[in-house]
Design a protein around this ligand. Sequence first.
Ligand SMILES: *[C@@H]1O[C@H](CO)[C@@H](O)[C@H](O)[C@H]1NC(C)=O
Ligand SMILES: *[C@@H]1O[C@H](CO)[C@@H](O)[C@H](O)[C@H]1NC(C)=O
Ligand SMILES: *[C@@H]1O[C@H](CO)[C@@H](O)[C@H](O)[C@H]1NC(C)=O
Ligand SMILES: *[C@@H]1O[C@H](CO)[C@@H](O)[C@H](O)[C@H]1NC(C)=O
Ligand SMILES: [Fe+2]
Length: 440
Amino acid sequence: MERILPYVHVFLFSLFFICFPQILQLQASLEYTRPPPRSIKITPHLGSDSDPQQVHVSVVGRDHARVSWITDSKKAPSIVDYGKISGKYEASATGEHELYHYFFYSSGKIHHVKIGPLKPSTTYYYRCGGTGQEFSFKTPPTTFPIEFAIVGDLGQTEWTASTLAHIGEAGYDVLLLPGDLSYADTQQPLWDSFGRLVQPYASRRPWMVTQGNHEVETLPIFVHKAFKAYNARWRMPFEESGSSSNLYYSFNVAGVHIIMLGSYTDFDVASDQYKWLQADLAMVDRGRTPWLVVLLHAPWYNTNTAHEGEGESMRKAMEGLLYQARVDVVFAGHVHAYERFTRVYNNDTNQCGPVYVTIGDGGNREGLALTFKDPSSNLSLFREASFGHGRLRVFNQTHALWSWHRNNDTESIVADQVWLESLSVSSVCMDPSTSANDEL
Ligand SMILES: *[C@@H]1O[C@H](CO)[C@@H](O)[C@H](O)[C@H]1NC(C)=O
Ligand SMILES: *[C@@H]1O[C@H](CO)[C@@H](O)[C@H](O)[C@H]1NC(C)=O
Ligand SMILES: *[C@@H]1O[C@H](CO)[C@@H](O)[C@H](O)[C@H]1NC(C)=O
Ligand SMILES: *[C@@H]1O[C@H](CO)[C@@H](O)[C@H](O)[C@H]1NC(C)=O
Ligand SMILES: [Fe+2]
């Protein structure tokens, strides 16, 4: 792995000169010049076999977190020592581990340890496996305000590194990822490289993810079981929300109920996912969680020519449930661009429908989805094919500020921004007599 690095640098050095004319052009015109895709960034492991790598944290229940990491050594223990003062670990928790095989590849030891109870908005220092490097992470708040960083189709290129740097520069509480993480695409060592690339961010804040098509990774004859690497490496708190699958789950953070759906597992009326979603929505208490947010991979509304119609069967199956529940906003990925819609239901504007946002612009190796349909739809309010990330800052039970931050090389520029008002305070949409008249 290490031997690849000098070549990557040489390549990037040349790429800078290839890009240079465009940088000049960019300053000359007001029109933003779209950058080309960038090369894959391999992140090597520089420690020993027993040193933790690919450390990431996720939210579990009201006041717990799960720390996940990998060791090449199968002897390293699944223990996390943690505390509120650096170097002083007042608590310790033991968890479990798993391994998986994929064709000729055998994973390292994948550790998952649940820690807590933890105090909100508090920095915890922790150590994995009883030794080595100290990490720290901040727990999310239990009250507003709360800020989410949202980005899909991340991959592991130099553009990904740029997106991650922008995400890290400004504070956030929880990262939400609507699918397509590593773009390993069956090359399992790329999952390890991805884990190392995101560790500086995912070990500091909870990262909550759902799957995309690049997580499926079945291979004819050899690998029948889907989501082998994803499920082993990115375990999410599905049991806690009554789900029987890591592919769909929900959780509460501050006053926000977040539902992660699976675009690549069954979603029809008879499916387990559908029944789970119905039950989960029925339990939402908008008094406790005024905001209701959904993430899924293949967008239900999209005016890009890429992946046209791919979310349509899921939309037909589940849109009614989300509409009746007065979901505030639906984030999708898959299309490598940014697009924001108005409030929509049944392919038309609807003041009680969710705002739909496509945020599949993390920076993966496939590049941007450059072609939007012309003419556009009047449902689509902003669309642009550039890499970047989004932020949802929820100020209180009524107001949230959504912003889209375009990557402009070393800078991050707010290119789209809009205030959202929660449907939970809309007298029209929350009126039971209105709901009874909803055409479904
Ligand atoms: C991108 O950054 C350059 C350099 O700071 C600036 O001149 C340009 O206006 C920016 N472009 C956009 C579209 O934000
Ligand atoms: C949604 O409406 C637009 C225009 O009104 C139409 O072109 C498009 O085919 C519709 N999509 C679906 C899925 O019905
Ligand atoms: C959008 O266009 C459709 C027809 O394509 C029309 O029915 C609808 O009223 C329009 N909505 C707005 C907000 O203009
Ligand atoms: C919620 O936050 C918005 C934006 O800061 C503010 O305008 C509004 O007054 C706040 N509402 C309440 C009920 O605090
Ligand atoms: Fe995708």
